[in-house]
Design a protein around this ligand. Structure first.
Ligand SMILES: C[S@@+](CC[C@H](N)C(=O)[O-])C[C@H]1O[C@@H](n2cnc3c(N)ncnc32)[C@H](O)[C@@H]1O
Length: 264
């Protein structure tokens, strides 16, 4: 037992400064937080730092989303224009918008209102798509989005944050048109290294949830596979994001991923 504790300490040592900073931020949120500081911190301070993740994985993500361009809209008017109606849940600052086919009409459902202004400003950076609607709300309850109205739903690193994965999947299936596709790319519970899983549990029920609104130990892949939520087919595969030395090593706690496409 003491060997295990020593080994854990040895492995955790390089991350102690990071964990300390996160703990202090978590404490401040808890003490003075209210409902505004966490979403503001996430949108303005933390989320831009995610850009290195997206830059590093850009070509892999491009490949994952590539088949979208072959999809044909269920809406005759959009079909005529060669356009698709896409819904992204929890887009944050919109790192995925570059992957959407030309003429796409984009609706987003995002719980954090601090991203709304950025969404419409992004139109200038992505003239090939139309920024259609920003709905402030939860993926588990997308009342503003009609049944069978969407060709493609996208989520990247969102199922770790939703209150109910099953609830979100049911809503995604409801809004998709028959034959519509759900593209997902999510970090998941560690499946290889026990010590990483241990730390994931530790962080998930404490500061990570508080500061980032994220559970590192979610089994999203298993929920999607076993629950199915009425999708006619689900193709998915687990993978790990590559880690470089230095600060990048921190990503070990969300290196385990799943990507896939579910068809209604
Ligand atoms: C880790 S960020 C990922 C952002 C973006 N998808 C990306 O890949 O960079 C999680 C995002 O999901 C949003 N989010 C969290 N819970 C949500 C929910 N229940 N419904 C919709 N969006 C949610 C957060 O506000 C945040 O923008």
């Amino acid at each position: 037992m003491s060997n295990f504790v020593m080994e854990l300490f040895h492995v955790l040592q390089p991350w102690i400064p990071h964990l300390l900073i996160v703990s202090i931020v978590g404490f401040v949120f808890q003490k003075f937080g209210g409902s505004h500081i966490q979403p503001w911190f996430f949108a303005k301070v933390y989320n831009p730092s995610l850009s290195s993740y997206h830059v590093k994985l850009r070509s892999m993500k491009k490949e994952h989303f590539d088949s979208m361009k072959n999809h044909v809209s269920a809406d005759p008017a959009l079909r005529k224009k060669g356009a698709l109606r896409i819904l992204e849940i929890g887009p944050g600052p919109g790192y995925n918008f570059e992957f959407y086919p030309a003429n796409s009409e984009l609706t987003v459902v995002e719980v954090n209102p601090f991203f709304e202004e950025q969404f419409f400003k992004k139109q200038a950076d992505h003239p090939h798509i139309k920024m259609d609607r920003f709905v402030v709300g939860f993926a588990e309850s997308m009342k503003g989005v009609p049944d069978n109205s969407i060709d493609i739903v996208v989520s990247t690193m969102v199922l770790c944050s939703v209150r109910s994965i099953e609830g979100a999947l049911q809503e995604i299936r409801r809004v998709l048109a028959p034959g519509g596709k759900y593209y997902f790319w999510e970090h998941i519970r560690e499946y290889q290294y026990l010590w990483v899983l241990f730390v994931q549990h530790l962080l998930s029920y404490t500061i990570y949830d508080l500061v980032f609104g994220c559970r590192l130990n979610r089994k999203s892949d298993e929920v999607i596979k076993t629950n199915k939520c009425g999708f006619s087919s689900i193709e998915q595969q687990r993978f790990r994001t590559p880690l470089q030395p230095g600060f990048d090593k921190l990503y070990i706690f969300h290196s385990a991923h799943v990507k896939g496409i579910a068809t209604k």
